[in-house]
Each structure stands twice: as C-alpha cells, then as structure tokens.
Design a protein around this ligand. Structure first.
Ligand code: ZN
Ligand code: ZN
Ligand code: FE
Length: 720
C-alpha cells in the first residue's frame, strides 16, 4: 500500500532482558502493536524478548514508551536495547516461534501466586475450571518449579506430559486470551489430576491428623494450628523441638483476626511471591501455644495456589504449613520420594501428577525499617537475578554451611539459588550439588572459578576443593558486608559491620563481631569484639551456657564457674577463641536465666530481643571498644539486684548500638553497611540505623537477600 502522505516508515528492534517470559509479554506486545497499527513481530528467544516494529518514527517512540509503561505486572526488565534497522515493508504483526540458539540470558521467572481472575473462576460454578486445583494463566502459576530448560515454553516444562485439549489449545493460541502461551495451561479435561480429595483431606485435618500435601515447590506438612496435641505430634515426628512453624490462613480477614497487619505487610501477604510474613500476633487467639513457642512473631502466609485456595475454603481455620521433610533434610518433591520419606510423619497424603522439577521452600519476609527484608529467599523470589553496579566475573559461589544458597555471576546479574538449607546431612549435600548443576545448566553457565568460604570444614568448601576449578577463598564476614553493599549498589568507601554467630577468621579464630572499612575491594578490620573462649568449640553454638561460663571465668575468675567446662577453661584445652556477637548474646541470655540452649539457630538472641517488648529506654551498659567485661559485670549486678529482664535486655542491645556508633564516628566513613545473622534482630537493626542516621550516616541494610548466611553467596561472587 502506498504511504506517500505519511512520513517514511522506519523499523526498530527492541530487545528486553530480565523476567520477561511466562508473564504474557508477547500477547501484550501483540495487542499494543496491533492497536497502534504497527507491523513486525515479537519473539521469545533464549537471549530475551525481541520485538521488531515498523511504522512512523513518532509512533515507534510512543510504542517504546508504552511498552515500558504498560508492561505486564509480573515482568522485570533489567536490560532494554533499541536499534534502528532497515525497513522490511512488513504488513502484519506476528508472534514468531521461540528460537533456541542464542546465548541464554533470560531470567527464569519465579512461581507466581494465583491471580484474582483465576481465583474468581475457581469458585465460579459456571466456569469450566470450577474447583480445578491446577488452573493458572499468564499472570500466575508455577514457573521455576516446573521449568526443565529455557526458553520457557511448554515442551521445556513438566507440563509437556499433558496434551492440551481443544478448548485449552484455543486459549493457548489466541493472543487476545489471558491464557495465550500460558505454558502450564490446563483444565479438568486435559490437565493434572489430584490423587485424593479436598474433602477427605480437610476432614483428616479436622481430626488432628498430619497431612502431606504436594504443593508448588514440594510437599508441605499441614496440621490444624489450634490443636496442641496434633502440633506436638508433628514436632516429635519431624524432630523439630521449638523452632516456630508457619501458618497458612484461609484469608486476609482471618489473618487479621490473629495478627496485627500493617499496610506494607498486607501488600507482602498479597504479593505475587506470597511469602511467609512475620507478623505480631494478637493475644487471646486459639492458636496452640506450641506453634511458635516464645517467638514474638507468627509466620503467616495466604493460599498461593488453586489447590491451597480450595483446601483453605474447606478448612476455614489456620493450618500449620511447614516444609515436607524431617529437620535438616531437603523438602520432598516426588510422589514416591514423599511416600517413603514422609510415611512416618504424615497420616494422610494429598498428591497429584504434575511433576515438580526442583524444591523451593516457602520464603520468609519481615518488615524492618519499614521495608520488606527477606530472611529466607526461595519460592516466589528465586531465581530472579540481583543486579549489581558492575560486571562480575563468571564464577560460581557455593555459599556457607548453614542456610546455604549458591550463586552464579553473569554480567551485572547475580543469580542466587533457592534456599537449600544446612549442609548437615547427605541428603542436603545432594540437594546442594543438584542446585549447582541445575543453575549452571539453566543458564548454560560454565564457571571459570569457584568461590568458597575460608572455613576448611564446610561441606561447600569440600565440594569446591574437589570441583577441579580454580578456587577463590573468601572470608566469611567480608562476604556478608560485600553482599549487603552489592545489593544496595554502595559506591565509595564504607564501614561494614559484620556480626553473626560464627565464621572462620583470617587468623584462624572464630569471628563474628567485626568492623571493616572497605574501599576498592580492600578490607581493613578496624575493630572487633574482645575475644573470649568457647569451651567445647562447636558445642557452644548449641549450648549458650558455655559462653556464659567463659565470660564469667574471665570476669570473676575460676571460682565463679561451677560447671564441667571449668577444667577446659583453666587448662585452655578444647577452647577456641571467638569475637562472636552471637555468642555474647548467648552468654547474656544464659546469665539472665532466659535460655541455656539454642534449640534452633539464634533462639537465645531472639528471646532476649523479645524481652524488650515495647520498653523504651536509653539506658545502656558500657561496651567501650568492644570490651564486654564491664558489661558482663553490670549484667550480674543488675540480675542480683532483681532488675527486670526487659531492662537488662534493653541495656544490652543499646550497648551494642552505642558501640557501632562509636566505631562509625572514629572510622570517619559516612556509609555504614550492616550485615550478618545478628542483624535479623529487628530492635538492634532499627535502633542502630536510627541513631546512625540521626548523626548523618547513610545506613544500608539487606532487602533482597537475607542478612544471615543465606546471602553469603552473593557477597562471594562480588568479592571474586
Ligand atoms: Zn491467573
Ligand atoms: Zn484442557
Ligand atoms: Fe555468617
């Protein structure tokens, strides 16, 4: 057709990278281009989403703007490139088939919670997907847990086993349909099926039975959260003493009956990631006491798959929803695997025939400093990339030993695996190896080197040593602050405060109360906690009274210590030196009589923080230059004089914050980075940030990765 009256057509090629597949991007581009009467095509390639559009230059510019402004909600665009190319005189706009040749640099999308449209259909008796537990669309549904390879297309997912029926096929091929190229598209005729019924499962739960449910990222163990005896049974069978369980609530309204929910928390609960959000429980609820024990928080999530929606509609009471495993083991994903591994735990199984490719636990998030902070990064977040300011070398980082995650660096993106867990069991170490293979294969990634912790005995270090790749060893606490600095794009010198339970120091002792000034990847350890001995080494991690005995020994002398570790301390046998703030928390918690043991990592510290409650005081113990001796002496005096524990706890926390401010002022550096497991302590983090900010410092804390060892791999990549 002649276009003489119009300005000469031009052709633009736009490439988008990031999380752009499986979110309805192609139909969106198709609709936009068609609506604007532009011609050309859109293509999903393994290098990203490529669009070529032809038309008047002004229109093309407007197209670019609208592409950005109106793109699908679930998409994340990290790179956008545009170039002018020769006009081809195309007359239509088409969606081309995926090409599989180009370099793989497309983010695999995380699993997305059921959208409002699908939810409405699920409960609409007139809809053909009424009560169908596997409904989804381009805006929602499983992604990462069903994708075998990229590009993200049905034959590359576990849905390849299900042939689309004519009705589903039509939706799948119609660009105007919400299910256009929804890879897991399914219906009761052609899709996955439940093995068992919702009604039987709900009945079992009401009877107090333990149910193993095949969810999105693996099996979950469910139990009525109101029945203490049932909860106790679950704890005993799962070998989980006191670590709090998370709850799934039937609805936001029910969640509100049990917990205080701020607007930002509601947003998190209802987000596409649908994580477990740590909320303040209301008093007087019927949640059994042994669900969260003494924890100040209840971990709460909302139903995030159609199966969960159907079950929660039937139950209408809070359920414990915890990962389907025995403590320290990875979550079960396959039906036969679950049948063996969970048979001694669950009374009732509800499974289905849609295979899960990789395990993904529920993520855990909490508001800190008024923003979301991820404490466990898994379903809904993994494997989204974290974009950093500079290109990173193509390395594989294998993380730490506890709360392990692994990561790879591609250009400016660091892809962190889902939470793998503590590498204590053979099963966990196998899961760790699978996660490495998996991540590398998905991104066709060949690491040039492997980065691991300095600790010689971590399972991840052992793996690195056997990998045959060049090894880069990175100090644990430096990696912590590097991770936090990287995710916040910190430029220029900063003071890194790295506090945690234990990590291997550069001098062979156990660190955990460190300050570094960092500039151009040079780390100078400018301050640290006064060291003390850990009698029995690793045993002290679980038994906080050992740290207490040690500080007593040093402050008051041998006669003050009436315990089996006294000979060790006297002869300095089997005593490792540490600067760990986490262990100092243990010592103080023990001396106040709050906790003698950690039944899960960080329990004593959590109890001590919890004591503060709503108490506001500026009182603080002395902790000048990190010398805890005067602090311990005063804790003992306060305890003797019967000072209430909340005040002791406050004085202790405030002392730690004052010390941070002291070091910050002396350092002469304006930017402060707080990292390490100790900063899961909300009181400590928020008070430190507030005090530092009031003195003109810029404070960076974690948001996208956990402050605990789950964020270590990110720091390792950056430091390589
Ligand atoms: Zn949907
Ligand atoms: Zn169908
Ligand atoms: Fe650590």
């Amino acid at each position: 057709m002649p276009v003489a009256s119009k300005p000469a057509a031009q052709r633009l090629r736009i490439t988008l990278r990031g999380a752009v597949q499986g979110v309805g991007f192609r139909p969106f581009v198709y609709r936009l281009a068609t609506e604007m009467s532009l011609t050309g095509w859109v293509l999903n390639s393994s290098a990203g989403l490529v669009v070529e559009v032809e038309g008047a230059p002004d229109e093309l510019r407007r197209f670019e703007q609208r592409l950005e402004a109106e793109r699908p909600k679930a998409s994340v665009v990290t790179v956008r490139e545009s170039e002018w190319i020769p006009v081809q005189g195309s007359t239509t706009f088409e969606i081309h088939h995926s090409d599989t040749d180009s370099a793989k640099s497309v983010n695999v999308l995380p699993d997305l919670a059921t959208c409002a449209d699908c939810r409405a259909e699920l409960f609409d008796p007139a809809n053909r997907r009424f009560q169908y537990p596997f409904t989804n669309c381009t805006n929602c549904g499983p992604r990462y847990t069903i994708v075998v390879d990229i590009p993200y297309d049905r034959p590359n997912t576990t849905m390849r086993e299900f042939e689309l029926c004519p009705a589903c096929c039509e939706e799948y091929e119609n660009p105007a349909n919400r299910r256009f190229h929804a890879q897991p598209n399914a219906c009761p005729v052609c899709g996955p099926k439940l093995d068992g019924t919702i009604a039987d499962t709900a009945a079992a739960l009401r009877r107090g039975e333990i149910v193993a449910l095949k969810g999105i990222g693996g099996f979950q163990l469910l139990v009525d959260a109101r029945q203490a005896a049932a909860v106790a049974r679950l704890r005993q069978r799962k070998h989980r003493e006191e670590k709090p369980f998370a709850l799934m609530m039937p609805s936001l309204e029910t969640a509100r009956e049990y917990c205080e929910i701020a607007p930002a928390e509601q947003e998190l609960l209802e987000s596409q990631a649908a994580p477990i959000v740590l909320l303040r429980p209301k008093s007087g609820s019927d949640i059994a006491w042994n669900v969260a024990h003494c924890s100040p928080y209840l971990g709460v999530m909302l139903p995030y798959s159609p199966l969960h929606h159907l079950l929660m509609r039937e139950c209408s009471f809070p359920l414990i929803a915890t990962s389907g495993n025995r403590s320290d083991e990875p979550i079960a994903i396959a039906n036969d695997e679950a049948a063996t591994r969970l048979k001694d735990i669950a009374n009732h199984f509800l499974t289905h025939n849609r295979p899960i490719v990789r395990a993904c636990d529920d993520s855990v998030v909490r508001l800190t400093r008024g923003r979301a902070g991820i404490l466990r990064r898994s379903r809904g977040y993994a494997p989204l990339g974290i974009r950093v300011a500079r290109n990173v070398p193509p390395v594989l980082a294998v993380g730490g030993h506890l709360k392990n995650t692994v990561a790879i660096g591609i250009g400016q993106d660091i892809f962190l695996s889902q939470h793998i867990g503590d590498l204590e069991t053979v099963e966990a170490r196998q899961a760790f190896e699978r996660a490495i293979d998996d991540l590398c294969r998905l991104y066709s990634f060949k690491p040039e080197a492997v980065v691991c912790d300095l600790h010689p005995d971590y399972a991840s270090t052992h793996w690195a040593e056997k990998s045959g790749l060049p090894i880069i060893r990175v100090q644990h606490h430096q990696a912590h602050v590097a991770a936090c600095a990287a995710e916040n794009n910190v430029e220029g010198p900063y003071l890194g405060v790295s506090w945690d339970g234990t990590g291997y120091g550069l001098d062979g002792t156990i660190w955990g109360g460190e300050f570094f000034t960092v500039e151009n990847n040079q780390y100078e350890r400018v301050a640290h906690l006064r060291p003390f001995g850990l009698p029995g080494g690793d045993a002290a991690v679980r038994e906080g009274w050992r740290s207490a005995a040690s500080v007593l020994f040093e402050v008051l002398g041998p006669d003050a210590v009436d315990s089996p570790v006294r000979p060790m301390l006297e002869r300095k046998i089997n005593v490792v030196r540490t600067t760990s703030v986490g262990r100092l928390f243990d010592a103080v918690a023990s001396l106040t009589g709050l906790a003698q043991q950690n039944r899960f990592e960080g329990q004593a510290a959590m109890l001590l923080e919890n004591e503060i409650g709503s108490l506001h005081t500026e009182e603080a113990y002395p902790l000048v230059s990190g010398d805890w001796a005067p602090l311990i002496a005063q804790v003992l005096r306060d305890k003797q004089e019967g000072l209430p524990i909340p005040r002791i706890a406050s004085r202790f926390h405030n002392a730690l914050v004052n010390w941070i401010v002291e070091v910050a002022v002396t350092s002469g550096v304006k930017q402060i980075v707080l990292s390490g497991g100790v900063f899961q302590n909300r009181y400590l983090t928020e008070r430190a940030a507030a005090l530092l900010e009031s003195r003109g410092f810029v404070v960076h804390t974690h948001r996208q990765v956990p402050p605990n060892d789950g964020g270590l791999a990110l720091g390792q990549v950056v430091m390589a």
